[in-house]
Design a protein around this ligand. Structure first.
Ligand SMILES: [Zn+2]
Ligand SMILES: [Zn+2]
Length: 142
């Protein structure tokens, strides 16, 4: 994991019912341009950073956390009240993917990776100088 920061940053959903803190180190932001992330986010790509499972602390709204998974296990965690996507545990159980738009504090990290660029939609224009991967981020497969 590429670690950038050690300060505590807070996040919450649109209705404020779910709140969490990241207490450990976390990655720069990655944008996923795959078709599933388009559905989940409702836009061109899904911006997320990741952190160790032990570094994410749920502060409120555990009863609002809902999960939807496809047959292959891919899915979304979201707030039952407002529908905001929420941090989701990777299938390896070791890291959380945290939707970057939920963060209430500035994480002070940049977009460093674009994944599934090979399946981006025609109106999705990638800006910046982040690395671009045709499919998955090889770092997350280790
Ligand atoms: Zn909510
Ligand atoms: Zn994706």
């Amino acid at each position: 994991m590429v670690s950038q920061s050690k300060e505590i940053i807070r996040g919450s959903c649109l209705c404020g019912g779910v709140r969490f803190e990241i207490t450990g180190r976390y990655s720069p932001i990655g944008l996923c341009h795959c078709s599933k992330c388009r559905k989940v986010s409702g836009t061109a790509s899904n911006a997320a950073l990741y952190t160790a499972a032990s570094s994410l602390r749920w502060q409120a709204g555990n009863d609002l956390v809902q999960d939807f998974s496809l047959a292959d296990g891919w899915g979304s965690t979201f707030c039952h009240t407002c529908g905001s996507p929420l941090p989701r545990l990777h299938s390896n159980g070791k890291i959380y993917f945290v939707p970057a738009g939920l963060l209430d504090d500035d994480p002070r990290v940049k977009v460093e990776r674009h994944i599934y660029v090979g399946s981006k939609t025609s109106w999705d224009e990638i800006a910046g100088d982040g690395l671009q991967f045709e499919k998955d981020d090889p770092e997350l497969r280790k």
